[in-house]
Design a protein around this ligand. Structure first.
Ligand code: HEM
Length: 429
């Protein structure tokens, strides 16, 4: 993969300070500070392992080993012009290529009479494995019955309008969107900075509709990270290192329109967890709810985290060791005709709100607005998320602690080759 920095020197976030300082000093000497344009120093090569490739067959942020922080934003397109959508996607792609490589959104100048090509808060920060993953919501293809951009006929069959599921309390101000961008990075400021630059570029064409920050904390010993329930989360994810697994589960294939091949469908759900309620439950009950042991992460009745679930094991009274309505039993491929998804979620923590719980003991008061920002990538949501969640929404024991308050569905095209923009094929005749 050719990185932009391999071809020509461009200012890097870390290189800029040196370059700008030099530029300013020179300007002061010449007495022409207003007109001076800094000639920033060439980018120092990024730290090894710190940079994720941008130009590739698949978009980053899907199979990329999860970074610690995320910032997701969904945008509404305001423009009526197809050309402006194309222009936005091109600018987003070019800027994403720079940001992910640790550069500023655009080359900086020392002209202080202009707002600046970059807001600056990531200067001198590492690239932090930033990835930016772009998605197209149903509204890009058709909104309120209008085919705004002549794309309605090209909407993939897999990009369905998600049905309302049992228990859903979806808030419109936290749901939907014509475009999505998921920023993931090991530094929260780098992730937010990236979205902020893209939102600035969108002025006049698209506005942020809703956004969500998230975090995970992978332990130093490389063990599976835990979610806010205190359970390991990710154990049962498909192993995409197995040859063919990602093609089968994650990437859209021959069944998809050309421009979606090598892409993936993203289902996002903002799931509030009633942590106050959960924290009063006996650990044994928490384990029955999930179907795994809390500390080891092993399936109930077993010792090791990575032992397969034994769904047929019964206790001495003949009752299933993993209960009929335990989360993992209802979620696992074996009880869903083989359906699988790649979960890549983050915890979220948005402070406290006055909340009236919808399950006994109907707790009321200031409660955490915290939980799981669930993200799942899949080849087809009809045979992925929808297939799995329909039954789960009705029967999962975890539902008494979980409320889905927002989310959306997005078609994330394949990656772009250098010079292209993400989703270019959709706009070609
Ligand atoms: C309410 C928020 C949720 C929490 C806190 C949660 C938590 C967990 C935990 C602790 C596990 C066991 C460890 C693991 O395999 O990763 C698990 C497994 C799983 N969850 Fe969730 N989950 C939630 C929502 C969902 C939703 C909405 C879906 C999708 C429809 C889902 C799908 C799965 C799948 C497919 C597995 C793996 C099952 C297997 O072992 O094969 N989860 N989840």
């Amino acid at each position: 993969v050719t990185k932009p920095s391999d071809k020509e020197p461009r200012p890097s976030r870390r290189g800029f300070l040196v370059g700008a300082a030099g530029g300013l000093a020179a300007a002061a000497v010449s007495g022409a500070a207003r007109a001076a344009t800094a000639t920033p120093a060439p980018a120092p090569s990024p730290l090894p392992g710190d940079v994720e490739p941008f130009w590739a067959a698949h978009q980053g942020g899907i199979l990329t080993p999860p970074q610690k922080q995320s910032y997701f934003a969904a945008f509404d397109l305001g423009t009526q012009k197809r050309d402006e959508v194309v222009d936005l996607l091109r600018r987003w792609t070019d800027t994403a290529a720079r940001l992910t490589q640790g550069q500023t959104a655009a080359a900086l100048s020392t002209d202080t009479a202009a707002p600046g090509a970059d807001t600056g808060e990531a200067l001198a920060l590492k690239p932090s494995r930033l990835t930016l993953t772009f998605g197209f919501g149903p509204g890009l293809f058709e909104k309120d019955g209008h085919d705004r951009y002549g794309l309605a006929a090209r909407r993939p069959a897999s990009l369905i309008d998600l049905p309302r599921f049992t228990g859903d309390q979806m808030q419109p101000e936290r749901s939907g969107g014509d475009l999505s961008v998921q920023a993931c990075a090991d530094d929260p400021q780098v992730a937010f900075h990236a979205i902020r630059q893209l939102a600035r570029l969108a002025y006049g064409a698209a506005d942020i509709r809703w956004a969500q920050a998230g975090f995970i904390a992978p332990p130093d010993d490389k063990s599976t990270p835990r979610n806010l329930l205190g359970f390991k989360d990710g154990t049962g994810n498909p192993d995409t290192a197995i040859p063919g697994a990602a093609d089968k589960i994650v990437w859209a294939g021959a069944e998809a329109p050309d421009w979606m091949r090598g892409g993936s469908y993203l289902v996002v759900r903002r799931i509030r967890l009633a942590l106050e309620h959960w924290d009063r439950m006996k650990i044994a009950f928490q384990e029955q709810t999930i179907g795994r042991h809390k500390y080891s992460g092993a399936p109930l009745g077993l010792k090791n985290e990575h032992q397969p679930l034994d769904l047929n094991a019964n206790d001495k009274d003949g009752n299933p060791i993993i209960p009929e309505n335990a989360h993992v039993r209802l979620a696992t491929a074996a009880t869903n005709d083989g359906a699988q998804i790649l979960r890549r979620g983050y915890s979220y923590n948005d402070g406290v709100n006055f909340t009236a719980e919808r399950w006994p003991p109907w707790r009321q008061g200031m409660e955490y607005d915290a939980g799981l920002f669930f993200l799942a990538y899949q080849r087809d949501p009809r045979t992925g998320f929808v297939k799995i969640f329909e039954r789960m929404a009705k029967f999962d024991m975890l539902n008494q602690f979980a409320t889905h308050t927002g989310g959306g569905i997005f078609a994330c095209p394949g990656g772009a080759a250098e010079g292209e923009f993400v989703g270019q094929g959709l706009f070609q005749a």
